[in-house]
Design a protein around this ligand. Structure first.
Ligand SMILES: [Zn+2]
Length: 264
């Protein structure tokens, strides 16, 4: 394998899919996973890939939800793996409102657990990720400069996706989900106009393959059309119980700043 060549492995984790980009000399973990995913990641790296945990040079947490930021702090503590996240990620659960929001986000994750009939496992994780690398839009990933960071707000203020320019691969985090073969919007979307801008931005990328955090790998599809077709759906009225969840998902302080921008 050439130094910059890599293979993507998909790992079906607790309530999301994780991806490991395997290079000759290093591994990249996308994305942060749930706390209960740690043994699964270790088992996969050691027994399936026949690599060492220290080969993981970076774990990227796309945003602060329990299934994207839960395992990373444990992986760092146990295996010294540095965490990369958007520079505003730790503002998300700051203050009392933030802490309440984290509890509500965890409740929403349990709602997914119940809906998908998964066994109940702990989601507990710190409100601050304290990333070793604070990322900005258009940054190259540390250790993996073939991947570009794209700020993709809408679902949260600080979500990022990752784009591999050469191979035209997009790790889409929670910008789009695929359920029953259909691409749908994530839940919640607090910043509607900003989410529309994000989808428009993604629609302009040349994409061969999309790695979804919920829905697996999509290939040979017209992603421009898919992203554009989802924009009008952002403004559709939600039915219960989702409309209530939207109401209780707007507590974090950074949302206010972004809402002011969103209304412009
Ligand atoms: Zn999410």
């Amino acid at each position: 394998m050439h130094a910059q060549e890599f293979k993507i492995h998909r790992l079906s984790a607790y309530i999301e899919e994780l991806y490991i980009a395997e290079y000759k000399d290093k591994l990249l973990l996308l994305d942060g996973g749930s706390r209960s995913d740690v043994p699964k990641i270790e088992d996969f790296v050691i027994n399936t890939l026949k690599r060492q945990m220290s080969d993981i040079k970076l774990v990227v947490s796309s945003h602060m939800h329990p299934d994207h930021a839960g395992a990373a702090p444990i992986l760092r503590k146990k295996h010294n793996i540095p965490i990369a996240a958007f520079h505003e990620a730790d503002d998300w659960y700051s203050g009392i409102r933030g802490r309440v929001q984290q509890k509500l986000d965890t409740l929403m994750a349990y709602f997914v657990v119940i809906k998908t009939k998964k066994p109940r496992k702990a989601f507990r994780y710190p409100t601050k990720l304290k990333p070793d690398y604070k990322l900005y839009d258009q940054d190259k990933l540390p250790y993996f400069d073939d991947w570009t960071v794209i700020h993709a707000p809408g679902h949260t203020t600080h979500q990022i996706v990752l784009y591999h320019t050469k191979k035209q691969i997009l790790y889409a985090a929670d910008t789009v989900l695929r359920v029953g073969g259909y691409c749908i919007l994530p839940f919640p979307i607090n910043l509607k106009n900003i989410a529309a801008e994000t989808l428009l931005k993604l629609s302009k990328l040349h994409i061969n393959k999309v790695l979804l955090a919920h829905g697996g790998v999509c290939e040979n599809e017209n992603f421009t059309e898919i992203f554009l077709s989802l924009i009008p759906k952002i403004y559709k009225k939600l039915k219960p119980p989702f409309n209530y969840f939207t109401f209780i998902s707007g507590l974090p302080k950074p949302i206010k700043e972004y809402i002011a921008k969103d209304n412009n």
